[in-house]
Design a protein around this ligand. Structure first.
Ligand code: AMP
Ligand code: ZN
Length: 485
């Protein structure tokens, strides 16, 4: 069987995945900044990494999956300028910053659970790791890669570049960056405009502040991920993921901070998930070009013809490779729903399949094709295509045109369902529960109608009254009996 290969954004090639410790994987993913509801674009990135996590586990690895919550330090400019996104929201809403953090963290977890995404094993917050961040700033200072200026501490990009090389991940050259940078207001504390804050002195009106050896202040945005990934996964760990838009400067700065603090490159495999677009443009909070999970689940948005279940949305996302852009449209999601239903009907067919003495096709080859797809840099669209290939065979067996042996049937049931539910993370429940409810209700209606035909009013009324107690109303009319919840 093929081995897992991952496209490493650092080396820009697909590489065989070799964890530092055989059978154990350390996975860090940059989590949300909890100052607003997540949009479907944010969800795509997290669902992509949920699929990565699921497949690593499916292969039998013990995975430590760390995904942080950014609750301080992310400034409006995504750099060193502007108000903290969380305290700005708190100011506007007249709430405590931690009320903002709590509200959107809870919502984020609920949304991810709806998409059937596993929670990470550790979900550390930046405010919960101030000590670790202050220690890391000190290490970087001690190693000579940062300097203090007026109570703030800046990472010395030029110095770091001279000894370690800056820009490897994003492919940006320091000369080009220098040429493109301007001397912005408030940057005079820096030796060089490319330097970034790892600790910032808080201005008097800044409410999110902590004491440190340098000033009452707050950590730089990039620092939290370096401090928390190092704490839970070590100075060097296997996989770091995040959205493509975080490659620069966030991840580039993480590499620099890690190397500067520990002398080691922090991450072996960098993975970047691509963007969800709407009308060809990145879904983004700042431009308002967004669709929320709630709008999708309720259908309440003019871009939608109807509501879609979380699992259909997830299937829609899985139909694209995580590193390709994906455009959302009503037509595309509606087509995905049809594909999903087809896949679910194969799951039903497979469950009820009868075995024969021999298989008329090479079932192991189908199973291998599932692994091959995912081993090729988590290629979920190819996996789905291969599941549909296997579906053709399953339906032919169902129609009596092909045969499957008992051992092969067991193998196919295990792996087909394994890839559909455990790896892709799809769920059948809601559809299933609804259709089962329909079946049960039509059975009850039939019994009641027979009772009425026999003038057995006691049974007929009992059914009606008990259903009424359960909150289900039945109505008799000349067209028959209907029910409402
Ligand atoms: P933020 O809360 O802004 O830090 O973003 C959280 C995550 O969502 C980051 O990993 C971003 O890269 C990712 N993200 C933001 N917009 C999109 C989008 N349109 N499609 C996919 N991922 C996105
Ligand atoms: Zn991060």
């Amino acid at each position: 069987m093929s081995k897992l290969h991952i496209y490493n954004s650092l080396t820009k090639q697909k590489e065989e995945f070799k964890p530092i410790k055989e059978g154990q994987v350390g996975l860090y993913v940059c989590g949300p900044t909890v100052y607003s509801y997540v949009h479907l674009g944010n969800c795509r990135t997290f669902i992509s990494f949920d699929m990565v996590y699921r497949y690593l586990k499916y292969l039998g690895n013990k995975v430590r999956y760390v995904r942080n919550i950014t609750d301080v330090g992310h400034l409006e400019s995504d750099a060193d300028q502007g108000e903290d996104k969380i305290s700005k929201k708190a100011r506007l809403e007249q709430l405590e910053p931690m009320e903002i953090v709590q509200m959107y963290t809870v919502d984020f977890r609920e949304v991810m659970a709806k998409f059937n995404a596993f929670p990470p094993n550790i979900e550390p917050t930046a405010t919960g790791h101030l000590i670790e961040q202050i220690e890391m700033v000190q290490q970087i200072l001690d190693n000579g890669f940062a300097y203090e200026s007026n109570g703030s501490v800046y990472f010395d990009v030029e110095k770091y570049n001279a000894s370690e090389g800056y820009g490897e991940l994003s492919g940006r050259k320091i000369e080009d960056l220098m040429a493109g940078s301007r001397d912005l207001d408030g940057q005079e504390e820096k030796r060089n405009p490319l330097d970034f804050a790892i600790w910032k002195k808080a201005s008097p009106e800044h409410i999110m502040r902590w004491p440190s050896p340098w000033s009452d202040g707050f950590p730089g945005w990039h620092l939290e991920c370096s401090a928390m990934s190092t704490k839970y996964l070590g100075d060097q760990f296997d996989i770091h993921g995040g959205g493509m838009d975080l490659k620069f400067p966030h991840h580039e700065c993480e590499i620099a901070q890690g190397c500067a603090a520990t002398g080691k490159k922090p991450v072996n495999y960098w993975m970047h998930a691509n963007m969800l677009t709407l009308n060809g443009k990145k879904m983004s909070k700042s431009t308002g070009n967004t669709l929320s999970p709630a709008e999708l689940f309720s259908g309440e948005n003019d871009k939608l013809d109807k509501a879609y279940s979380p699992t259909v949305v997830r299937f829609f996302m899985m139909q694209a490779h995580y590193s390709s852009e994906l455009d959302f449209s009503s037509d595309a999601i509606s087509a995905a729903e049809k594909g999903f239903m087809k896949l679910m009907s194969t799951v039903d067919a497979l469950r009820n399949l009868k075995s024969a003495n021999e298989s008329s096709k090479d079932v192991q080859a189908y199973v291998d094709s599932f692994y091959d797809a995912m081993n090729d840099d988590f290629n979920s669209p190819i996996l789905i295509a291969n599941l549909f290939e296997a579906s053709k065979f399953i339906n032919s067996v169902k129609d009596g045109k092909e045969t499957i042996s008992a051992a092969d049937l067991e193998l196919l049931q295990k792996e087909f369902n394994g890839f559909v539910f455990d790896v892709l993370g799809l769920v059948k429940e809601s559809e299933n529960a609804n259709s089962k409810m329909d079946d049960v209700m039509s059975l009850l209606m039939e019994i009641r109608s027979e009772a009425r035909d026999k003038k057995d009013w006691a049974t007929s009324d009992l059914i009606r009254d008990k259903l009424q107690e359960a909150g289900i109303t039945i109505k008799d009319s000349k067209d028959g009996t209907s029910w409402t919840l």
